[in-house]
Design a protein around this ligand. Structure first.
Ligand code: NAD
Ligand code: DAU
Length: 327
């Protein structure tokens, strides 16, 4: 199948590209190359690359030519950045998704919108199913929920072959170090403080990135048009436990842990019920206990990947956000 992968130069998109190339697909990547998008993530892969934004109809028309399906990963993905500067989140998630939907409406190709558990908001106990109400709590999750609703509206009105795939917290190689796990791994390896928000007891539902990539592939191939599918990880953990495990794996000292001011509107817990995608034949293969070790090892072995980030614009972002410099 010839696939257009939007946002394929990011963390999950590039893992998805790897999975689909191995399955024999032909892949075109359309990516704006924001701070989080990197050509290095697609290094050595045989793909066609189009540099452009999903909100640009000309770039989309060029990239979509001949595609049999479109999978949209393109997004601004960091909750903290959405709180500080929401503009790009609105543009990419609302306008960008609209431009893609118009392009696939004209061409009648299959479409998967990659979404997130955050659209359901926070849950103290139990797990969200696909019929749970959308109750987003940040500019990031509100604009992602808006994109999901736009997809649902196009399916209902125009009868398009589109599905939505909602993932829980991903981790693994090539995740930009602003996110909890790579941030803690790299700070621990450098002896920098480990900034834990609030009381450290917020719970996340962790999924290894290749498992999520395979789940999206399952929805692409076997999902029923118009349906949403949760793809949740097999393990949940409070942040402080994740940080302590990283300390053990890196050999860092617990005294590096520093409790800092909480994120405004911080969701307490996410948890997804994934029976619906399991019924299509998907199952997570990597447990957190194994995946976190592999992830720490990858960052330890691939300084060439993160050194340009830690010595570039990320330093200024870090200083602005945490009020202290990286070591
Ligand atoms: P990422 O930030 O690593 O990558 C995003 C990619 O999208 C980058 O390559 C970036 O350059 C590109 N991009 C951004 N705006 C664009 C635009 N306007 N036009 C074209 N390209 C653009 O993100 P990620 O963690 O790989 O997330 C990918 C998708 O998965 C997102 O839609 C996100 O909401 C969703 N998701 C992420 C997680 C997670 O834990 N990271 C969990 C569930 C769902
Ligand atoms: O749940 C899926 C979502 O997971 C995705 O849709 C988002 O794109 C992705 O960024 C992620 O959102 P989170 O806000 O859960 O991820 P983040 O890595 O930013 O934070 C994870 C938890 O760790 C959260 O409770 C906040 C906390 N945290 C985060 C950072 C960056 C800290 O305690 N300290 C930190 O420095």
């Amino acid at each position: 199948m010839k696939l257009l992968v939007c946002g394929g130069a990011g963390f999950i998109g590039s893992a998805f590209v790897r999975v689909r190339l191995a399955a024999g697909d032909e892949v075109v990547v359309l990516d704006k190359l924001t701070y989080a998008g990197r050509r290095e993530n697609l290094q050595d892969l045989e793909i066609e690359f189009v540099h452009g934004a999903i909100e640009d109809p000309d770039a989309v028309a060029k990239a979509i030519d001949g595609a049999e399906a479109v999978v949209n990963f393109a997004a601004e993905t960091h909750v903290d950045r959405s709180i500080a500067e929401p503009d790009a989140f609105v543009r990419t998630h609302a306008l960008g998704t609209y431009v893609l939907l118009e392009a696939i409406r004209e061409r009648r190709v299959r479409y998967v919108q990659v979404s997130t558990d955050e659209v359901y908001g926070s849950i103290e106990e139990g797990s969200f199913t696909e019929s749970s109400p959308l109750a987003p709590s940040s500019p990031y999750s509100a604009t992602k929920a808006g994109a999901d609703l736009l997809v649902a509206g196009y399916v209902h009105t125009y009868g398009m072959e589109a599905c939505i795939c909602r993932g829980s917290n991903n981790y693994g190689p090539r995740q930009y170090p602003e996110k909890l796990i790579p941030l803690m791994v790299l700070n621990a390896l450098h002896g920098d403080p480990l900034p834990v928000y609030g009381d450290g007891m917020n719970v996340r539902n962790w999924i290894y990135v290749d498992d999520f990539a395979r789940g999206i592939g399952t929805v692409l191939e076997r999902g029923v048009p118009g349906e949403a599918y949760n793809v949740g990880g097999p393990d949940e953990a409070p942040n402080i436990e994740v940080v302590k495990r990283i300390i053990e794996l890196t050999g860092a000292d617990e005294s590096l842990i520093e409790y800092v001011t909480d994120r405004p509107g911080h969701d307490r817990r996410y948890s997804l019920a994934s029976e619906k995608v399991r019924a299509l034949g998907w199952e997570a293969q990597v447990r957190f206990a194994d995946g976190i070790g592999r992830t720490v090892e990858w960052y330890r072995d691939n300084a060439w990947w993160w050194e340009p980030i830690r010595s570039g614009d990320y330093r200024a972002y870090y200083e602005r956000h945490y009020g202290r410099a990286l070591g």
